[in-house]
Design a protein around this ligand. Sequence first.
Ligand code: PEP
Ligand code: MN
Length: 338
Amino acid sequence: MIIVLQKGCKKKNIESVIHKIEKLGFRAHAIIGVERTVIGAVGDDRDKHVLESLASIPCVEKLVPILQPFKLASKEFRREPSSVKVGNAVFGRGHFGVIAGPCSVESEKQIVETAIKVKKAGARMLRGGAFKPRTSPYAFQGLEKEGLKLLASARKESGLPFVTEVINPEDVELVGEYADMLQIGARNVQNFSLLRRAGKFGKPILLKRGMSTTIQEFLMSAEYILSEGCRDVVLCERGIRTFENATRNTLDISAIPVIHERSHLPIIIDPSHATGVRSYVAPLCYAAMACGADGLIIEVHPEPLKALCDGPQSLNIPDFAALMKKLRELSKFTKKKL
Ligand code: PEP
Ligand code: MN
């Protein structure tokens, strides 16, 4: 339910409405605007009728039910698009943030060199997996804590903030201690205890769509995070499973306008995992920008042929720099700040 307060409602009245919502057993999420404040009350759907008593509070103008099952992620709760800022990287509201880096952290030289060079080419954030969700238990699983430390040195050397994946709920605090943004990967999109724990932690979250989740399920996963009080969620479309096998996955480009219509959350595209093929990455980046995406996350490796993970889909540094140059030209038309 959305509780719309009257124009000019005082701070102490807002606090008292929040207090009443909480006493009724719901969580209150306020959007305090210049003119008007709205409060989203979310909790057990079966008890929502008790919220009707709030209509009689003098500073409450009206109660509006949120019809979508994803409440805090919905456009009904927040009409304006939201933006997420991590250091100098901004996603949404006219900003196009580019994240670049290797699939996994392999060595200090590899991650520091990549960070410095992708920054020079225009990336605003570094990526790199320390905990890798691999299909095979025998494949490289990541450098784990050592990888987090190397990412922190790359941040220090380059000035770029970094995003890295957390796989287990028990590792949220460890990964969160180092990372500027936590990534929840495609395979964990419905790991509800991970979503809750990461949402509680308080750092921005990059949530990837599962390979077989619908857009509604994807937004419900974002809702788990938002319901824990986290406001900074960036969604990422990274390809879904279809019958097509010429590419690793099939990029669902229509997820961009669909999500922008239903949710205020920014959405970025991962063309690397969507295709699995280096030569398809740049065309999909242009498509994503033209289609209104709020950013990109791209795998870049200084020596893709030697990469321990996802080499075939990784760009080398010169190709990434050329891609960024073209994106800057294209951004003159989309009017999003790169
Ligand atoms: C990744 O970005 O490193 C990754 C494993 O991606 P996804 O979860 O989309 O497969
Ligand atoms: Mn990868």
